[in-house]
Design a protein around this ligand. Structure first.
Ligand SMILES: C[S@@+](CC[C@H](N)C(=O)[O-])C[C@H]1O[C@@H](n2cnc3c(N)ncnc32)[C@H](O)[C@@H]1O
Length: 391
């Protein structure tokens, strides 16, 4: 078995976790190297650590072990460049049994500072802040919030973590779960705490299906942005392995555009990995039902209609939104258009470039300030978009 299929086997029946760990792994790989090139230490906080539903004896499919592997890799690479990255981790787990394994893992780790805590996130905020501050002013905190539902990380509770500067956050927003309960009377208070205000209900009123889901995610992202005074918030949408519905969104918040660039690039790779894993999961399901092995590979047989229709939805919404915005602004920075577009899932910078090029060719848009000799539009080049069209 090669590395890829070995990893795949660990996630059979929970391919959504494969996608979550793919994004965490790949993002941390790039993040740790980038941050470690500038800062002397990384303070990594996993607020809902687990272990949770693992298959690997060696805990390879746990978020905390994955994080440590990536942080170590960056440290080794940076060492070759003469830099000495310090790794500091704070792992919180409420469940006593799970915590026992987490603690064992922490104690067996000799080459990094790993502090485990058997408690809830709610009760750990002062200890997290203390741990972060002990790292000094040259440590960069990364906060990972990966709950099982919608409670335990109320906006007011996590606000001090969101406000850490520097700092970045990755939150698993359990969309599928939340959608089902969000408008019930009995859950009103807990959702109000999650969203940081009761106004989310106004936003959802009268909306159905995907529109309602987008409204909930949009509200949460804006609330998070405000609470942490983040410049950028974007998300990756993770689909159910076997059904045409959303499992969860991974929401990423940062103050650095380079972070968005990395996250979006990884989201694109993750979407391809997700569709591959969903194709395999769906083939396994069909084969179980029929009792027969299929003749063709899962990728050939995969019906990707749901993914494709979502991508088409966000492309079309963002294209229209950008066009209307440019028309209203008349003149705008490319960097601002980029930041607005990349908030949406499944839309990438190459999509924005394509629309701009089309509008330019149609005489609707002039692009000013392109550095001589460059064809591809990029951020931080002072590029201005000037709308000329009427329609
Ligand atoms: C989804 S699992 C975490 C999975 C892990 N991050 C991973 O990807 O491998 C959530 C974990 O949080 C724990 N938990 C639930 N509520 C909590 C709370 N309020 N504070 C801390 N831990 C909590 C659960 O026991 C469970 O182990």
């Amino acid at each position: 078995m090669d590395d890829h299929s070995q990893r795949g086997a660990l996630y059979e029946g929970r391919e959504q976790t494969l996608v979550k760990h793919f994004i965490l792994r790949k993002y941390l790989e790039r993040f740790a190297y980038k941050v470690g090139s500038k800062w002397t230490s990384i303070t990594y906080v996993d607020c809902f650590s687990g272990p949770w539903n693992l298959k690997s004896e060696k805990l390879e499919d746990s978020s905390f072990a994955i994080a440590l592997v990536e942080l170590r890799k960056a440290r080794a690479t940076l060492k070759k460049r003469g830099r000495d990255l310090q790794i500091r981790c704070f792992f919180i787990e409420r469940n006593r049994k799970a915590f026992a394994r987490l603690e064992e893992f922490a104690h067996s780790t000799q080459d990094a500072l790993v502090v485990p805590r058997n408690s809830t996130l709610e009760d750990s905020i002062p200890s997290i802040l203390e741990f972060v501050h002990q790292g000094g002013s040259d440590s960069f905190p990364f906060i990972f919030i990966d709950p099982t539902g919608w409670t335990g990380f109320a906006m007011d509770t996590i606000r001090p973590l969101l406000q850490l500067r520097p700092g970045e956050v990755l939150i698993n927003f359990m969309t599928g779960h939340i959608e089902r309960f969000v408008t019930l009377e009995e859950t009103r208070e807990s959702f109000q705490a999650l969203f940081g205000s009761g106004d989310f209900l106004d936003e959802l009123r009268g909306k159905q299906a995907q529109d309602r889901q987008d409204a909930a995610i949009g509200f949460y992202m804006r609330s998070l942005q405000k609470a942490g005074d983040f410049k950028y918030v974007c998300c990756a949408m993770v689909l159910h392995p076997e059904r045409a519905r959303t499992h969860f969104h991974l929401i990423y918040a940062t103050r650095n555009p380079a972070g968005v660039e990395v996250f979006k690039e990884i989201e694109r790779l993750a979407m391809a990995a997700m569709e591959k894993a969903r194709a395999e999961a769906q083939q396994r399901k069909r084969e179980r039902a029929s009792g027969q092995d299929e003749l063709f590979t899962s990728e050939v047989l995969h019906d990707s209609t749901h993914y494709e229709s979502l991508r088409e939805r966000y492309l079309s919404l963002c294209r229209e939104f950008t066009r209307t915005w440019l028309k209203k602004q008349k003149r705008a920075r490319y960097d601002d258009a980029w930041a607005r577009v990349l908030r949406a899932p499944m839309v990438w910078e190459q999509d924005l470039r394509k629309w701009l090029k089309t509008w330019e060719a149609e005489g609707l848009l002039e692009i000013e300030g392109r550095p001589p000799g460059t064809r591809v539009l990029n951020r931080e080049q002072g590029i201005q978009l000037v709308w000329k069209g009427q329609g």
